[in-house]
Design a protein around this ligand. Sequence first.
Ligand code: PBG
Ligand code: ZN
Length: 327
Amino acid sequence: MTELNFKRHRRLRQSATMRAMVKETYLHKEDFIYPIFVIDGENIKNPVDSMPGVYQFSLDRLSEEMDEVVSLGIPSVILFGLPAEKDEVGTQAFHDHGIVQEATRFIKKNYPDVVVIADTCLCEFTSHGHCGVVSEDHKILNDPSLDILAKTAVSQAQAGADIIAPSNMMDGFVAAIRKGLDEAGFEDVPIMSYAVKYASAYYGPFRDAADGAPKFGDRKTYQMDPSNRNEAMREATSDVEEGADFLIVKPALSYLDIVRDVRNNYDLPVVAYNVSGEYAMVKAAAINGWVNEKQIVLETLTGMKRAGADLIITYHAKDAVRWMEEK
Ligand code: PBG
Ligand code: ZN
């Protein structure tokens, strides 16, 4: 008989204990950031149809969600706001008593250990639904948007936000926000920049949840083309130079190569945003009984960490922590 020469990889897979010894990637509840939608009004807990398990909460019912988050040991939430009124420039985004500012105050008062991240954008607050200021001929204006974004960040910090997370994709937004925060005395408030954000169909369900769909056109003049990988490095480099403290890659699942690139090229914490459309697909399949939800979710989140993410913003966070503790 001719001798075969080959490697026996299966030696290390023989038993559960052996597999646990060689396991390379772990999920921890400290990895997760849970998104919460806060809506102006009273006694509201509105289900988001395209995101089963996700709700819009008014402030008076926010503790239902926060109690759960805290009892599960999830350290951080990111807030998105649905204001009572919208206008051309998104005044409610930077209003002292805007919905995100009030929700931040509520959480910091009642759950002081939770790290509150404020999403800093205008699309939920503008009548046109774009992330910046719009001209009469429907152009999204970069520089006039920066002042408003900086004002928004400062008002969020004043309300007690621990981290500012700008998602608007205007050029220079990190520089403008850093300057605004520093001048207002918030030099210790970090910026978690949506550094690499693609113009993605995976945001569809979010736009229902946050009522932030653009009323005309699309976001392709400010968000990135999904075809581009080198451009992701340019976007991340400029944010690092402007003073970002964390780098978000968004979406996550179709962009794990980018997560790895960012991990390999920068020494800042990398955050993968497991976005609404990714969540909706898993939920739809799970509800139909086509996939095992627990296994699919834990595998997906593990893949994001293996790709290089230090943190994951995910709507699955509460379920994931429960499942991780079952094992
Ligand atoms: C707003 C914003 C969006 C998301 C986070 N912040 C939508 C968009 O840019 O259109 C998407 C989040 C998700 O899909 O879960 N700038
Ligand atoms: Zn926006």
